[in-house]
Design a protein around this ligand. Structure first.
Ligand code: SF4
Length: 243
């Protein structure tokens, strides 16, 4: 793209793949898919992501070790422990009562389905069955289910968190009128399977550091020449391809 040019419209279907591949390449070069703390064990990941739901990062990072200490390495203890002790461990992250109930409900449902408190049986199940089971658990929606699938089971799905949704919308891949609930099934099919994990991870990094919710730093953004929103946030922006 020529110096000074900025994309003005949303992406057309034909160019979507190459645009996403280029964006993914630049994001990967900057963020290197750096770990966000996700877990290799699917049950650990399910619980870790549950703790993060509608919770600031700093808050849930503190409740994870507190909960691990409480169960002493065995998640089945969540069933036997008094609920007030779970609430106490989760208090600093907020929504402690709701999260405690959900966690106990999840662990009970997993034990009922598989006869033990483990999500290892999911490894042998196809994607649609895995997602359906996870979404049947208390408090588990598409984002949580697909995080478990992507981070811990190696499935090529795309969890849509608030950063991914915001940055992809500003980049012109998601119409602004797509409702949050519908965005999961709108966005996943447009992302090529092999780009889903790196794009998810790197879009979160980009959303946290550059394309922030309240004040996107378009003049410093290495995607500005590909972004139809850059000029609406910074009318004076002059962009060149930074590939
Ligand atoms: S140019 Fe601005 S709106 Fe577009 S991705 Fe970068 S920071 Fe976000």
């Amino acid at each position: 793209m020529a110096v000074g040019a900025v994309r003005k419209k949303t992406y057309h279907r034909r160019s979507r793949y190459s645009a996403l591949a280029e964006i993914s390449r630049r994001l990967e070069r900057r963020y290197r898919s750096a770990s966000l703390g996700n877990k290799a064990n699917p049950l650990d990941e399910l619980i870790y992501i549950q703790l993060s739901v509608r919770t600031p990062e700093g808050a849930y990072l503190g409740t994870w070790p507190a909960l691990r200490r409480l169960v002493n390495g065995s998640w089945s203890r969540l069933i036997r422990l008094p609920e007030r002790r779970i609430v106490q461990a989760l208090r600093s992250g907020g929504m402690a009562g709701v999260k405690a109930k959900r966690l106990r409900g999840m662990v009970r449902a997993i034990k009922k389905r598989f006869g033990r408190v483990s999500l290892s049986p999911l490894k042998a199940m196809p994607d649609d069955e895995v997602e359906a089971f996870l979404r049947s658990l208390p408090g588990v929606g598409p984002k949580v289910a697909r995080c478990v699938m992507m981070y811990s089971l190696g499935r090529e799905v795309f969890p849509v968190d608030s950063h991914c949704r915001r940055v992809l919308t500003r980049l012109g891949f998601v119409p602004r009128n797509v409702e949050i609930k519908a965005s999961h099934d709108f966005i996943q099919p447009i992302i090529p399977p092999h780009l889903r994990r790196p794009l998810h991870v790197n879009l979160i990094h980009h959303g946290r550091t550059v394309c922030t919710s309240s004040r996107p730093r378009c003049s410093e953004c290495f995607l500005a020449d590909l972004c139809p929103s850059a000029r609406s946030y910074d009318p004076n922006i002059l962009t060149a391809s930074r590939s």
